[in-house]
Design a protein around this ligand. Structure first.
Ligand SMILES: *Cc1c(COP(=O)(O)O)cnc(C)c1O
Length: 370
């Protein structure tokens, strides 16, 4: 007797089917002419003009393979941030680097620790790699060092912290981050995801390079998707100890960052005043919008990013608010996937967009009793 096949079709590893696919921020609303996309924390001013120009120019050579080592881009990043290019690796967005880190240092029999409302990509990538992903409770929607340390098991190999965190906007002070590193075994890789570093105003903030330089077990991740306005180009980078960069280089896509994306990113770094202008706008309008939201009767959580986690009290009210936004062509991010169904995450847009958001929220809240 021959064994009947378990199933006629190819079967994914069971872990894969436990993953809920990442739901990107929406971009379209039916029957509305103008859409305000405030769902993905993109910069509000389009791409830097010089990046657009460089991309258009590079398009003429898209028959060529890109430089697999992103040499010019790494040199430009190094010059801009004062870092050794040899210790930088570029990725197809920092998402690609998160994936590789999980597969290299995680896998079956290992645990990955993140905070309760941390970036869901860690959970997706970690589970895909075969790790168990453990979520440490937060206090006031902020990563809590003692609970992170408490979640660490003998099997833990990676700890992820986004700082500032998406979607909560909260920031862990440098001293707390150091306390986390000091409390972790040296063989545990600490991943500092600083996707929103450029927006931080809190004094004493370090995006991670200091801690990377002080040991062999911390990597910092950065992205061109947020303040640099290149989300659609998919460029991110990591700065880490040589052994970790070497491991990633062995497994990443050989030509991971495409030709046009490399050219756009190099140009974006050189755009005069871009980061300063975007940061100043964001600092002003996240405060103004937060105040307007509070005035309308909802809770705007403190944020160091370019988005505001807004608490509507109940899941019902948050989803009614979401529908109200949509009817006005405003797309924000529902937080069900983050176990925060009573909240919506709203990206800080242009002056006009922030005004329209504030108007919508106060209009909606006026229809709510109590
Ligand atoms: C947006 C974001 C990223 C960046 O992702 P890319 O793949 O570089 O676009 C990484 N981490 C966090 C926490 C983010 O919010």
């Amino acid at each position: 007797m021959t064994d009947a096949p378990k199933s006629a079709a190819p079967q994914p590893r069971p872990a894969v089917m436990t993953i809920d696919a990442y739901v990107p921020g929406g971009a379209k609303v039916a029957a509305v002419n103008r859409v305000l996309k405030l769902s993905a924390n993109e910069g509000p001013f389009g791409p830097p003009p010089s990046a657009r120009e460089a991309a258009a120019k590079a398009a003429a050579e898209m028959n060529r393979y890109p430089d697999g080592g992103s040499v010019e881009l790494r040199a430009a990043i190094g010059a801009r941030f004062g870092l050794d290019p040899a210790r930088i690796v570029c990725g197809t967005g920092s998402d690609e680097l998160i994936q590789h880190i999980c597969h290299i240092y995680g896998g079956p029999g290992t645990d990955i620790v993140m905070s309760m409302h941390g970036f869901t990509m860690y959970q997706i990538a970690g589970t895909y790699a075969g790790s168990r992903v453990l979520k440490a409770p937060e206090i006031n929607l902020t990563t809590h060092v003692d609970s992170m340390l408490g979640a660490v098991t003998p099997e833990t190999t990676i700890v992820f912290v986004a700082n500032p965190n998406n979607p909560t906007g909260s920031l862990l002070p440098e001293s707390e981050m150091q306390r986390l590193r000091d409390g972790l075994r040296p063989d545990i890789l600490l991943v500092l995801d600083s996707a929103y570093a450029e927006y931080v105003e809190a004094p004493g903030y370090n995006a991670g390079e200091r801690m990377v330089d002080e040991g062999e077990n911390t990597i910092m991740l950065r992205t061109f998707s947020k303040i640099f306005g290149l989300g659609g180009m998919r460029v991110g980078w990591g700065y880490g100890p040589p052994a970790i960069i070497d491991a990633i280089n062995r497994v990443r896509g050989v030509f991971n960052v495409n030709f046009i994306a490399q050219a756009a990113a190099v140009a974006a770094l050189a755009e005069p005043g871009w980061v300063e202008m975007n940061k100043a706008h964001n600092t002003l309008w996240r405060a103004k919008l937060s105040a307007a939201l509070e005035k309308a009767g909802v809770t705007a959580h403190p944020t160091e990013g370019n988005f505001i986690l807004t608490d509507f009290g109940t899941a019902e009210r948050a989803s009614a608010m979401d529908a109200f936004f949509k009817s006005r062509g405003i797309i924000v991010r529902g937080m069900g996937a983050y176990d925060l169904p009573h909240c919506l995450r709203i990206t800080v847009g242009t002056d006009e967009e922030c005004g329209l958001v504030a108007e919508a929220v106060s209009g909606f809240m006026a229809t709510q009793n109590g």
